[in-house]
Design a protein around this ligand. Sequence first.
Ligand code: GLP
Length: 241
Amino acid sequence: MRIVIAKDYEDMSARAARIVAGQIYLKPNSVLGMATGSTPLLLYKELIKVHKEVGLDFSEIITFNLDEYLGLPKEDEQSYYYYMFHHFFDHINIKKQNIYIPDGMAQEVEKECRDYDRSIHNMGGIDLQILGIGNNGHIGFNEPDIKFEATTHKVKLDDETIEANARFFATIEEVPRFAISMGIKTIMHAKKLVLLASGENKAEVLYHALYGGITPEVPASILQLHQDVTVIIEESAAHLV
Ligand code: GLP
């Protein structure tokens, strides 16, 4: 595990952008795993800048998002589908058919999950997965649990997650109670992982994830077992590290 302390949010994002750009440069048809939330927003801006200024080419890139809320249609501004297009995909030259995001309106959720894992497998697996971390240690929407869920699955969101994500919605009642998330094994299968953490409120959970026991009660703790993970921590989230 490589742990990098960045001096601020800009530095964290720039360092992550360099890793992603390097991956694309070396393998133009890379399969990238994408994350949502506030943390990677500036990373996406940086990558758009590199695309516009020096022509970083996304035309052969394939992406898989970590998760999606169940019950939100694509056009809902709170859906991760909307987030990804609005903040990233609409501004680069990625092909729409190369973008995979779980369908939050899937009628057959089980099938949607199985198909998602199959698509990842068929594309040769994820080369580089970007991750954030939830206040309760979740990665994707893998909530603290008594076991690690291996594959893509339906999740019941924790009250803590619903509260944390309510800031994006008009009222807390509007936050979906369920989501589809890549499983822990799916994430651990990625060849490289980059975990980003920003803000004082992540300091404690990050400490448990990086130095505590490996337990499904802190889902991010499984990353200690991955062979190639870079953790980029903005200074205020790093004071316990
Ligand atoms: C969300 C997402 C995660 C994200 C996390 C942290 O619920 N499902 O993928 O990493 O919460 O979000 P933020 O970066 O806004 O703190």
